[in-house]
Design a protein around this ligand. Structure first.
Ligand SMILES: [Zn+2]
Length: 282
């Protein structure tokens, strides 16, 4: 377990990197990590991440009450607390406003497609949470069902949140997410994207969850079809019409936009229907 002193140094280093790598600007974004005694170290509200120093760090308890430090904890703390509540394995969170990834949400394009093998292997898919006002309990609650199954999530018209076993881990996931958006956008401008064959995507994700870990719920399902991939990946033929929420429309089925926990229910129903149809054809 790292000391508080080391974690404070890492918070400063990764805040600077977020700014230097153009993953946020001005007073955007916030970072947090779990201290050895279980309290949370987070960035102060309204501070510039590129100029962050030790005095911009605040210690809070698991309910969000300030224990030490100057100023107030970040105004988006409810989001961090919800992630820690849902994912006891998570030790660090980075929230930033990566421009290309956000542009995907504004253009109503999904980043939950299986395009790059390395990304499917190490990160899995990146779903988008429907729009909620920043800093609210509504946004924190909307995130909950997603972070149970994913380490990287996009928030419509807002930004990304990544969960890790360390600040380095969470930062790497953020960088990977934005890099994926850049490659995907470039490929689209060159004429279009080729998604991985569904069987290959499923095999890669299963391998990645066993090799590199991931959300415990997804690791537990690593051997079941699809693991944490959108279930429609099992039946789609190349994400030709991906919806904003990460569900591709399989042939003959209309795309639906579903908000929050209802999405899991829809996935379950769609999957049951498809399996029944496949059985009927066999
Ligand atoms: Zn934000």
């Amino acid at each position: 377990m790292k000391s508080e002193r080391t974690l404070r140094e890492e918070m400063i280093r990764f805040s600077h990197l977020c700014y230097e790598r153009h993953l946020l600007v001005a007073m955007d974004g916030n970072l947090s990590c779990v201290l050895p005694n279980g309290d949370i170290l987070c960035t102060q509200a309204g501070c510039h991440k590129g100029l962050l120093t030790d005095e911009h760090l605040v210690v809070i308890d698991r309910q969000g009450k300030k224990l030490r430090g100057r100023g107030n904890p970040t105004s988006e703390m409810a989001m961090h607390l919800a992630c820690y509540q849902e994912r006891p394995d998570c030790k660090a969170i980075v929230h930033a406003h990566p421009p290309l990834a956000i542009a995907f949400t504004i253009a109503d394009q999904s980043l939950a497609q299986c395009v790059l093998p390395e990304v499917v292997l190490t990160l899995g898919t990146v779903p988008t949470v429907a729009y909620e006002t920043t800093g609210t309990k509504g946004l924190a609650d909307a995130l909950r069902p997603y972070v149970r199954n994913h380490d990287a999530v996009l928030m419509d018209r807002h930004g990304a949140v990544t969960l890790g076993t360390s600040l380095l881990d969470a930062f790497c996931k953020l960088e990977t997410l934005e890099h994926t958006a850049k490659i995907t956008a470039t490929a689209r401008s060159l004429g279009g994207i080729k998604t991985l064959p569904p069987d290959e995507a499923v095999a890669l994700r299963s391998m990645g969850l066993k090799r590199y870990g991931g959300p415990p719920s997804a690791v537990a399902k690593a051997d079941s079809p699809g693991a944490d991939l959108p279930q429609a990946c099992l039946i789609c033929d190349g994400c030709s019409d991906p919806s904003h929420m990460g569900l591709a429309a399989p042939t003959g089925v209309s795309a639906v936009r579903v908000k929050g926990p209802g999405l899991d229910q829809v996935r379950k129903v769609v999957m049951e229907e498809v399996l029944a149809a496949l059985k009927g054809e066999a």
